[in-house]
Ligand binder design. Structure first.
Ligand code: GAL
Length: 379
C-alpha cells in the first residue's frame, strides 16, 4: 500500500509493554477523538507485542489472549473504525516475537489472511528470533506479498532496527515505512543519538517508504516501559526538540504516552499545526545539514517545503548554551543574488530578516531547537 505521507497514530509499547487489554485500546481510541488528536491527523491505533496466546490454536492461527481481548480483534477493529480511526497490529518475521509470542515465520500467508479478516490496516513487523540461515529481506518481501494478496490495504511497517543496511533494500521489498534506528528510550541522550544517526540515512526517506525513527516519548516523563525510572524522562523543552526533529525528518509519528491522561503541554505539542504541516509536507524532501560544529553538537538544517517555502532549524544537542553563525552561501545563496530569506519563528511568531549572506542564530539553551518557516524575497 502506498504511504503518501508519514502515518500518524498511537502505539501501545512505549508506555504499556505487555500490560495491554481491549479496555485500554478502546479508551485510547475514545481519547484520540475527545482530545482532538484524531482531528489533528493521528489516525492509527496500534497494538504492539504481547496480544496473543503463547501458542497458535489447533487451526494454526494466532489466537488473541482471551483474558486481554475477550471480545476478539474483529470487535475491537469495528470499535476503532466506528470512530474514524484505523487499526494496527504487530507480528514478527521470526519464529517468536521479541517478547516470546508466536511470530509469523512460515505462517505469513495465513496470518495476513487473519489480519485482513479482523480489519487490520497496519502491521508492524518485527525482527526477533529470525532463524539463523533465513534472509531478512526475503522475509519482509514475503510478508509484503502476503498482505497484498489479501486485497486489503495494509501498511507494512518494517522493524529491523536499522540493521543489515535496510535503507538500501526495504523500499523495493514492499514496506510502507521502516525503522531506521534501534529502540528509543525516554531520555534526551536517546533522542539525540537517533537524530544524529539519521543524518546519512534520511535521503532514503520519501513517499512510498518513510524512515521511521521510532515511537514518540513526548509526555512520558519517565513513566512506562521504555527507560523510565531514574535515568529516564525529559523536560518539556526536550520533548519539544524531539517532536520538532521527528517532524523535520518527516518520520511517522506514533504517540507513545498514555493519551487518556495528557497534560496541556504535551497535548499542544502533539497538535502543533506548524510542525505537523512540516511532517506531512507533500514534497517530502529531507533536510540539508549545512551548518554546525564538527562534533555535530550544534546543527543547522535547511529544508525545501511545498508551496514555494522553506524551513530552517537549529538544534543544540550539547549541555551548554550555544550560538551559531551560518553562511547562507553554503546552501547556494550568494550576496549578489539580490534575494534574502525572511524568517518566522514557528514557536514565537517573531519575524526577522531578510538575510542574504549569513544568519546569526540567537543563543540556544541546552537541548533547545529553533524552527523557522522561510520565504525567499527580493532585497
Ligand atoms: C522491539 C521493537 C519495539 C517493540 C518491541 C516489542 O524489537 O523495536 O518497538 O515492538 O520489540 O517486543
Amino acid at each position: 500500500m502506498l504511504t503518501r505521507r508519514p502515518p500518524l497514530g498511537w502505539n501501545s509499547w512505549n508506555t504499556f509493554g505487555e500490560n495491554i487489554s481491549e479496555d485500554l485500546i478502546r479508551e485510547t481510541a475514545d481519547a484520540m477523538v475527545s482530545t482532538g488528536l484524531r482531528d489533528a491527523g493521528y489516525e492509527y491505533v496500534v497494538i504492539d507485542d504481547c496480544w496473543s496466546l503463547r501458542r497458535r490454536g489447533a487451526d494454526g492461527k494466532i489466537t488473541p489472549d482471551p483474558k486481554k481481548f475477550p471480545s476478539g480483534m474483529r470487535a475491537l477493529a469495528d470499535y476503532i473504525h466506528a470512530r474514524g480511526l484505523k487499526f494496527g497490529m504487530y507480528s514478527d518475521a521470526g519464529t517468536k516475537t521479541c517478547a516470546g509470542y508466536p511470530g509469523s515465520f512460515e505462517h505469513e500467508f495465513t496470518d495476513a489472511e487473519t489480519f485482513a479478516e479482523w480489519g487490520v490496516d497496519y502491521l508492524k513487523y518485527d525482527f526477533c528470533n529470525k532463524p539463523y540461515l533465513q534472509n531478512g529481506p526475503i522475509l519482509y518481501n514475503r510478508m509484503a506479498m502476503a498482505l497484498k494478496s489479501t486485497g486489503r490495504d495494509i501498511v507494512l511497517s518494517a522493524c529491523n532496527w536499522g540493521s543489515d543496511n535496510v535503507e538500501r533494500w526495504i523500499r523495493s521489498h514492499g514496506a510502507g515505512i521502516y525503522r531506521s534506528t534501534g529502540d528509543i528510550w525516554d531520555s534526551f541522550v536517546s533522542i539525540r543519538d537517533i537524530a544524529r544517526s539519521q543524518m546519512d540515512k534520511i535521503a532514503y526517506s520519501g513517499p512510498g517508504c518513510y524512515n521511521d525513527m521510532d515511537m514518540l516519548v513526548c509526555g512520558m516523563y519517565s513513566r512506562g516501559n521504555v527507560g523510565g525510572g531514574e535515568r529516564g524522562g525529559c523536560t518539556d523543552l526536550e520533548y519539544r526538540t524531539h517532536f520538532a526533529l521527528w517532524c523535520l525528518y518527516q518520520s511517522p509519528l506514533m504517540i507513545g504516552c498514555d493519551i487518556r491522561n495528557l497534560n496541556e503541554a504535551t497535548l499542544s505539542l502533539l497538535k502543533n499545526r506548524e510542525l505537523l504541516a512540516i511532517d506531512q509536507d507533500e514534497e517530502a524532501r529531507p533536510p540539508i545539514f549545512f551548518c554546525g560544529n564538527s562534533e555535530s553538537n550544534v546543527v543547522g538544517m535547511f529544508k525545501h517545503l511545498s508551496g514555494g517555502e522553506y524551513a530552517f532549524a537549529f538544534v543544540n544537542y550539547s549541555d551548554r548554551d550555544a550560538g551559531l553563525s551560518c553562511e547562507l552561501f553554503d546552501i547556494g545563496l550568494s550576496s549578489q543574488a539580490g534575494y534574502g530569506f525572511a524568517l518566522r519563528d514557528i514557536f514565537t511568531g517573531e519575524e526577522s530578516g531578510p538575510f542574504s549572506d549569513y544568519f546569526n542564530v540567537p543563543r540556544l539553551a541546552p537541548h533547545d531547537i529553533r524552527v523557522y518557516r522561510a520565504k525567499l524575497v527580493k532585497m
